[in-house]
Design a protein around this ligand. Sequence first.
Ligand code: ADP
Length: 216
Amino acid sequence: MKNIILIAAPAAGKGTLSEMLVEKYGYVHISTGDLLRDVSTSDTQLGRTVSDMLSQGVLVTDEIVFEILENRLKQDDIKNGFILDGFPRTLEQAKKYDELISRLNIDLGSVIILESDYETLEKRIVGRMLCKSCGSVHNTLTGVNTPKVDNICNKCGGNLYKRSDDNRESFKTRYETFLEKTEPLIEFYQEKGNIHFVNSLDKETMLSGVEDILND
Ligand code: ADP
């Protein structure tokens, strides 16, 4: 299977799409946000530094991000295809990633950009709730996968929680960072010729758009 790099504004559907591709095709999902959230729970100086950056919605330093990503990419389970979600986020990271994968002998794969609009994304962020056990995404505002029982996962019955950065203020910062830092990546990958654009306003259109690219 082709490796996939997912680039999109916060809450544009990276997590939801990844969940579908993992279930349907057995992809391995690598989210730098998840890896960083794991680190942020450790009771160490590094854990506290990362935790502060995450709740402010600012980018974590490349030094930290690359160390955890390289460790993840050295694990055997990535060999059959993985989805990179939330990385690269800057032109600098994209260039350093090229060096990293050539050193580790990993294919770049396809770059997929999920397109959406500000108002939809804001609602998704403010209403978003995640399952502690299976990671499934729920929403209390958009009408998509509303929890049937308050704070309980529709899929596995686990407890739902809100991410510390899922509020209006942090969303605004994350969205502005996306426009400023991440959009230049689009040009970078356009020059390489491996970029595809998919509308992410609803789940089914998004999945079929991505499947067309994977089957191409
Ligand atoms: P979202 O895309 O909804 O902001 P993520 O889970 O991808 O959510 O990222 C959450 C936070 O983790 C970001 O706001 C940032 O602080 C940090 N982060 C994730 N990926 C990176 C990265 N590649 N480089 C720097 N910081 C990152």
